[in-house]
Design a protein around this ligand. Sequence first.
Ligand SMILES: *Cc1c(COP(=O)(O)O)cnc(C)c1O
Length: 384
Amino acid sequence: MRVPFLNLIAQQAEIADEVLPTWQAQFISAAFVGGAEVAAFEREYAAYIGTRHCVGVANGTDAVELALRAVGVRPGDEVIIPVNTFIATAEAATRLGAIPVFVDVDDEFLLIDPAAVDAAITARTRAIVPVHLYGQTAPMDALIPMANRHGLVIVEDAAQSQGASSTLGRAGSLGRVAATSFYPGKNLGAAGDAGAVLTDDPAVAEFVRNFGAHGSSVKYVHDRAGVNSRLDAVQAAVLRAKLRRLDGWNAARRAAAGRYAEMLADVPEVRLPAIRPGNEDVWHLYVVQVDERDRVLAELGAAGIGAAIHYPTPLHLTAAYAGLGYRPGQFPVAEAAAGRILSLPMFPHLTQAEQSLVADSLTSSVTSRTRVGSGSGLVDRALS
Ligand SMILES: *Cc1c(COP(=O)(O)O)cnc(C)c1O
């Protein structure tokens, strides 16, 4: 038996009967971009997250960029971003000419560290982009008062947290504006690229809609030089069908996370992920920490298990951002975690049998070094 990192086939099968007739009708009527299906999804997703507005865009990276632009981030402004995130969060700032200012994450949850944010604020800081990473909400309870104190805007990156909540409410409804991605592998995924911007502020929503349609709200009347970033009707049809199942799928992820925790409870070599008090986690990723991670990852791969690393290189150490002048050692928590984190298979249709295989393989991999070494001095299996 092989266990894939992510299995989307079962998701597609669940929605096929619902989506395929809609796709056929869209194909025949040539209703591709915008229109009633997109408007319906935008209404339904705004209601689900608890914001007044949702504007569909072409992908999650665009969503972050358009959200930053909509709240007035300008070239040369500083935008505070955690180093442990997918690069898209920073690219969005870079693309509009803003300067990503990287900060470390906390050791317990690997989420943006409010103390680090506080220390990074300068006169040029304009926005903070907390990332609701791995499926749980960033510490908004600390960040919101801090942003208010300094007159900063919070732009949530909610790409990994569809349906997650904190004591303050749903991820995506907690900042001035939020961006999300419906890349197929996200908890709510399209059949291709898609994304959205969420906000209560009608001016922010209107800006995103206008900017993403070539700076135009009336055909061929261009208020500004914008971009082309729209949600396709075919994607809206898929997203509507999956949104109806999202709570059920997130519950299945939670059940799977509970099973992993049980199966690995007696394996001290595996550090299990922790949930911030008050958070409801939607387990976009199930990230454990182990010693000798690369050996463990290779052994899981050899056993037919699709594990992964999110993310292998903190953003300040990527070649993409070498020009900003950061050095190794500047963000010790993220740098240490990058060598230890390991994402196990996690998706709604993951079975108990699949998880048993993952847990057994992981357990034998992390305990093999101690076993080999016991009684005969330390023998490092990785070197033998
Ligand atoms: C996926 C993701 C994005 C970007 O989404 P795309 O749709 O791939 O452009 C942004 N931020 C985070 C944290 C993500 O995981």
